[in-house]
Design a protein around this ligand. Sequence first.
Ligand code: 5GP
Ligand code: ZN
Length: 133
Amino acid sequence: MADCIFCKIIAGEIPSTKIYEDEDVLAILDISQATKGHTLVMPKKHFENLLAMSGDEAALLFSKIPDIANRIVNNLGAEGMNVIANCGPIAGQSVMHTHIHLLPRTPNDGGPDFIHTPTHDFDLDEVAKEIIG
Ligand code: 5GP
Ligand code: ZN
């Protein structure tokens, strides 16, 4: 897609540091490393984000992720990983081409802290009813 920075990277028009590539996906190091080895895995086909993809398209993308993720974790000696997809500007998406962030984690790596603290006291049954319809 014209004017998409990740499409340009996929087409080789903008340089990137590739760590994996096949006919369906490309994995590159994020230019801004939140942790050492911070990687972006993207489908070669342009979609705005995960919410715009079919189950089959998303399955193809995610089918590649465990191998890529394990290679990063094992070869960098990480102890775990955050796997994140920001969907929409409200959720922090800044590049409108689907990508999955892989953040290898090691102790005291200075990476983001995703705290599991509830911020709202919603009635779960009511919320479930709204979602299910
Ligand atoms: P988002 O904010 O959409 O979830 O993530 C977009 C990511 O793309 C950011 O973490 C940003 O650092 C990265 N990024 C933006 N432009 C480039 C680029 O030209 N090359 C690479 N390798 N990463 C980029
Ligand atoms: Zn694109």
